[in-house]
Design a protein around this ligand. Sequence first.
Ligand code: ADP
Ligand code: MG
Length: 263
Amino acid sequence: ETTERTDRERSADSSASATETDPLLRIEDVWKSYGDEEVLRGIDLEVDRGDVEVLVGPSGSGKSTMLRCINRLTEVDSGHIYLDDLDVTAADTNPDAVRQQIGMVFQDINLFAHLTARKNVTLGLRKVRGFSKEQARQRADSELERVGLADQADSYPAQLSGGQKQRVGIARALAMDPEVMLFDEPTSALDPELSNEVLEVMQGLVAEGMTMVVVTHEMRFARGGASRITFLAEGEIVERGPPEQLFENPTHERTAQFFESIR
Ligand code: ADP
Ligand code: MG
């Protein structure tokens, strides 16, 4: 099976030449089951460079699984995911290389407790990108500044608020210079006030033109930041379109019900 996959990839590589106008992220007929539960059932999705795709849907609809497949934390059963011309899902694609190019921020803040904010950011720069100590320090400080935490570089996670920790997580992902950023309910564990400071940082990334896939219940962000909203239910895309369509004029009853329920 591995050989067959590689051959297909080779022919795809020789025929396709990615350009700036091709979608940056392409998800093609992705299926994923856990046991006999089909969690993703033939997902097709394309995200253009600089676009912000907001994923919404009921709990258990497969949103997290989809993000995890995109940065290879979970293996798909079938189908393909491409970042530019890299087949993320190919057996011979290194997951670490994928994760450098596709940053992810989770709901649960997963910083190293024994390291300062700066060290949490420099770690990957040193290990993954091979930066010197001084280069890593400079880059970490500029990423911390980008998320509004220039003055907290020497703080330990226990000294930071939930929103500050989440912003360190964002700085850490940005330091890898990713092509795409994935956010999985980054504010769900935070009080509204702390959510806002994280959402502001995310809005800043939108303004910078970062390509993002964001799972969130923050409908203000979805309205203001999304290029497109995808509504997922039971592992299938029910409807996808610009925010105005999904909020004001959904095509499917199921979408209308969902947006009604979270209003
Ligand atoms: P969402 O993020 O939309 O709430 P998830 O992708 O987390 O949905 O989960 C979709 C379904 O897959 C759920 O029924 C969940 O229980 C199941 N699931 C997710 N991850 C695993 C796993 N590692 N093992 C078994 N089942 C899982
Ligand atoms: Mg989830």
